[in-house]
Design a protein around this ligand. Sequence first.
Ligand code: F6R
Length: 263
Amino acid sequence: MQLIIANNYEDMSKKASKLLISRIKDTIPLNLGLATGSTPVGLYKELVTEYANGNLDFEHTRTFNLDEYIGLSPYNPNSYSYYMWKHFFSHINIRKENIHIPPGIFANEQKVIDDYEEAIVQAGGIDLQVLGIGANGHIGFNEPGESLSVSTHIVELKSETIKANSRFFENKDEVPKKAITMGMGKIMEAKEILLLASGKEKAKALAQTVKGIVETHCPSTILQIHPNVKIIADKEASFLIADRIRASNNCILFSSDRMEQYG
Ligand code: F6R
């Protein structure tokens, strides 16, 4: 696990975009796992700017989003599908057929799950998975609990997640209580994982992620046993682990991974 400390949100987004740009340029086709929420907005903005400047081509990029709220259609401004088009897809040359987002409205739950899993398998698996992190350590919508799921599944959102996400809705009652999410198993199958964390409310979860006991009550701790995880966190998110950061290069390795710098 490699942790890269960014000065602030903008710096985190820039560092993350550098990594994605190099993968988009070098891996053809690239299967990109994507997250929503406030954390990756700056990353998408950077990528859109690079595209607008003629430096990026998404012709051969396929995307797989982590999750969607149950009951929200892609036309609902609070849906993750809407978010992705608003912040990213509408501004780049990605092919529509290469975009995969689990649907929030469906008739046959098992078919939706099977189709999503199959689409990832058919594509050859995810090359790079971008993740945010919940203050309770959730990844995608894999919430803390007694166990974790391997595959795509429907989850009941925890009250703290509903509360945290209510900032995007008119009021808390509008936040869907359920979501469909890629399972922790599928996320762990990604060849490379990039976790982004910004803000002091993520500090506890981030500290647990990098040095806590690996346990289902903090799903992000499972990332410790993935062979290729990079975390880009701003200073606020990493203040509880700052003592472990080498002052020389703002980069610390928690395993024997090769060190790379992004910015
Ligand atoms: C969203 C997702 C979630 C978020 C997490 C943090 O697709 O996968 O796990 O990454 O809830 O959300 P923000 O970035 O809004 O703090």
